[in-house]
Design a protein around this ligand. Structure first.
Ligand SMILES: Nc1ncnc2c1ncn2[C@@H]1O[C@H](COP(=O)(O)OP(=O)(O)OP(=O)(O)O)[C@@H](O)[C@H]1O
Ligand SMILES: O=P(O)(O)O[C@H]1[C@H](O)[C@@H](O)[C@H](OP(=O)(O)O)[C@@H](OP(=O)(O)O)[C@H]1O
Length: 440
């Protein structure tokens, strides 16, 4: 027999012990089960490897332990049970790649874990030490607000609350931090107006600073001004040219700028749509008028097919290797004509960290260089959440090119992001608290 207890704001499921005991052992606390947000994020059967991880993050008195072989045997039933009770698993896609424009589809609702729908939401937020409002696309919610992040955040007293962009911000919250990645002018104004009235709220990050990265010309300007080159290494950007209109003028513009083929053509504006990530490679001059401005034309730099993705979260820096485009050799250049659409290769979740690579290609950029780069760019860009895509020129072991900087990148693919991100949020909360104490 199955019962559902009604407690204001939450619904507690009471299961008979014999039914659940083969599945779950709750060492110190038997029944009723802890509050539903703790139950709801139980992993989907296909994500069983995550069960131990999830259990490890729950509060100690409710530290569920799972028995994977048995639980998989019983999961069909449990899934059915959840469905009957309306506790959906909402198809958690943990690392799935989805298109940029995808707005439909199942989203793991953070409310299950924290706090979106009142009154349970209000209660959870009230109990939290740090309230983070977020305005993100559905795609970003899927990739970023993964159960492992939400569970750890909850444990650390951080709750995530979705912002309703159709309602005044001052009627929502109160927030300690606002996390956002929305590019519309309307949203920017909305947020700026709110921040003027509520300077105590930390906005990650200021819209005008983010705007700098939404244009591939201004994006790399700060790098070009950095002058990070030392006796040991050189950091630069590929030579590039901006074409605003008139495709027929491209061959002349390219010749005048002295750019060498092949050229990577990138849409000038990066606005979060998949179109703005549609890149192509132009092999010959005659094909250049087929390109579609406004765009940036960048010299292709051979780099051994490996890219370094440097993630920045406040002062934390993490670098991973990703597969990138293969090198273009003289034979390719002589035998190819036309414009080739490039696959979005280095965005794939597959990491090149464990691939069998030539050590000269695989070697990560030196840590002191990355730290200096991160520090400088953080200051110059006025941003705390971004990533830098770097390549190392083949045959010139110490020359690095920065080819792209993204605001609020796909942190969900960064190993251990849940720890680094929640630590970062906590550090912001502590700074704020200290400022309050000192009357600042
Ligand atoms: N100048 C270049 N030389 C060699 N390869 C390049 C160059 N520019 C881009 N690439 C390759 O193309 C990929 C995509 O380029 P870039 O990062 O500029 O585009 P994006 O659409 O902003 O990518 P992302 O999806 O990472 O945001 C890079 O990861 C790299 O593999
Ligand atoms: O995972 P990496 O290699 O860091 O690539 C990211 C892109 O650089 C970002 O631009 C994507 O975010 P947006 O789709 O919000 O622009 C971001 O989307 P995601 O957060 O949905 O994964 C990623 O595609």
């Amino acid at each position: 027999s199955l019962r559902r207890l009604q407690i204001p704001g939450r619904s507690v499921l009471v299961l008979p012990l014999p039914l659940v005991s083969p599945l779950i052992k709750a060492p110190e606390n038997n029944f009723p089960l802890p509050n539903p947000p703790d139950i709801a994020p139980l992993p989907h059967p296909s994500k069983l490897s995550r069960a131990r991880e999830a259990s490890a993050l729950l509060d100690p008195p409710f530290a569920w332990t799972f028995d994977p072989p048995r639980i998989s045997h019983h999961f069909g039933f449990i899934g059915h049970l959840w469905r009957q009770l309306g506790i959906g698993l909402a198809g958690m896609r943990l690392h799935g790649d989805v298109s940029d424009d995808e707005e439909e589809g199942a989203v793991m609702d953070p409310a299950l874990l924290s706090s979106s729908s009142p009154p349970a939401g209000a209660a959870a937020a009230a109990a939290s030490r740090l309230v983070v409002g977020y305005a993100l696309t559905k795609k970003k919610v899927k990739s970023f607000l993964q159960p492992k992040l939400l569970l750890l955040a909850r444990k650390k007293g951080i709750s995530f609350i979705p912002i309703d962009e159709t309602r005044p911000l001052s009627e929502q919250g109160p927030f300690d931090i606002i996390l956002h990645k929305k590019t519309s002018k309307e949203w920017q104004r909305f947020l700026e107006d709110y921040h003027e009235v509520h300077p105590e709220v930390t906005v990650l990050d200021p819209p005008n600073a983010i705007e700098h990265l939404n244009n591939r010309q201004s994006m790399l300007e700060e790098v070009a001004d950095l002058n990070l080159s030392s006796f040991y290494e050189e950091v630069c950007t590929p030579r590039q040219l901006v074409i605003m209109k008139d495709p027929s003028s491209i061959p002349t513009a390219v010749a005048m700028a002295g750019l060498t083929l092949p050229l990577v053509a990138k849409p000038l504006v990066v606005d979060g749509t998949s179109k703005s990530h549609e890149l192509s490679l132009a092999y010959d001059e005659a094909s250049l008028p087929m390109l579609d401005p406004p765009l940036v034309l960048q010299e292709f730099v051979n780099h051994g097919g490996i890219l370094f993705k440097v993630y920045i979260i406040g002062e934390a820096i993490q670098v991973v290797r990703r597969f990138s485009l293969p090198d273009v050799n003289t034979y390719d250049l002589l035998n190819n004509v036309g414009i080739y659409r490039l696959p979005r290769v280095s965005c794939a979740a597959a990491s090149a960290d464990h691939a069998d690579l030539d050590p000269r290609i695989a070697e990560l950029p030196p840590r002191p260089l990355l730290e200096k780069l991160g520090r400088e760019l953080r200051g110059r860009l006025g941003l705390r959440l971004f990533n830098i895509d770097m390549i190392r020129e083949l045959g010139a072991n110490d020359r690095y090119y920065i080819i792209d900087i993204n605001y609020f990148p796909g942190y969900g693919k960064m190993p251990g992001y849940e720890h680094i991100f929640t630590d970062f949020l906590q550090s912001l909360g502590q700074n704020k608290y200290q400022r309050c104490l000192s009357g600042g």
